[in-house]
Design a binder for this molecule. Sequence first.
Ligand code: MEV
Length: 423
Amino acid sequence: MADEASGSRIPGFHKLTREERLRILAQRAHLTAEEQRALEQALPLPLATQLIENVVGQHALPLGIATNFLVNGKDVLVPMCVEESSVVAAASHAAKLARAHGGFTAHADAPVMIGQVQLLGVPDPGAAEQRIRAALPDLQRMANPPDSTMVRMGGGLKGLEFRELDTVRGPMLVVHLLVDVRDAMGANAVNTVAEGLAPVLEELSGGRANLRILSNLADRRLVRVKAVFDVEELGGERVVENILDAWAFADADPYRAATHNKGVMNGLDAVVVATGNDWRATEAGAHAFAARSGRYRSLTRYRRTEQGHLEGELVVPLALGTVGGATKLLPSAQAALKVLGNPGAQQLACIAASVGLAQNLAALRALGDEGIQKGHMALHASNIALLAGAQGKEVEEVARRLVAEGHVRLARAKEVLAGLRSQ
Ligand code: MEV
């Protein structure tokens, strides 16, 4: 296993200047000068005006690189976009712990999305279902044009499911169109198929089609990731027991599960955002999936291995694309994908889920040990120093004094800054 300064291991990366970090990243990922600029300044304004309506500016997030990730035997440096301090450091640290037992082992299902067509006033839902099922080859001919890239690559409409719902507005027949979207996130492809087939489904069912839209509960497109964390590297038996108790708490209590899963999404979403993917879709899918048993539960599971180490597992629906949409349009997303080794959609899902699991492990470890405030304090103090008006070297000095005093408050930061300036 490559464990020194190679692959995704860059000892001391966090101590380098931003420029040095970018230089090393550019070397490792063979980034052109233009790609490096794209990572530094994200979104050109003319492009922003084309992406959404009524544009007046742009909003940026820091882009950091998580180190140490070994996913399915491959080292990968992971771009993460997130405004919260400690997230990138925690993910990198947990990824380092996972390396002793081979890193993360992940599997992503075939990229099958669900398109829903809501049929109202269907006279005989059972008979309608039979007619629609029998028409699958015709529906496939209509939905899968041979000249579409997705179809040429093996994607397209693959199957059907039916749900008879009893709702406050009466019965409804819902047809699920199962569409393999290959390396796309799939919203456009699925919505096109659903809208295109709705008139035929009306005819076959004798009902009226209302909604024709994808489901963000992409539970045909799950990713499963596991990693073993070494009991000694974690800090011993007590730490492992604390993590297991923390997980059991989340699995039993939705109030805790929401925060626990938020920790997973801290890592996962940061990769989703860095690669130009739709984080609202990821969030909606993950939380709906967490509630699939009728109770909102933890997305992760932990257990002891026979050797007494800690195995963590995350299962989550992930509809991520590596072609089309913002992934293609945003220069920073393109550069981020290059840093990741230009993965396909399934490989990207494996990487993002690994970061989610790493993040969750790191949070549970810290919470069951020293708590998270200590780790947050230094960066929080820098933010408070900035808010107080500190500039340049003052930021570090004000933050250092606030942490030393144990009072990270804005009023105190202003006093410390005034003191510094009067010296
Ligand atoms: C903070 O953004 C995330 C945590 O609250 C997650 C958790 O409690 O497990 C630390």
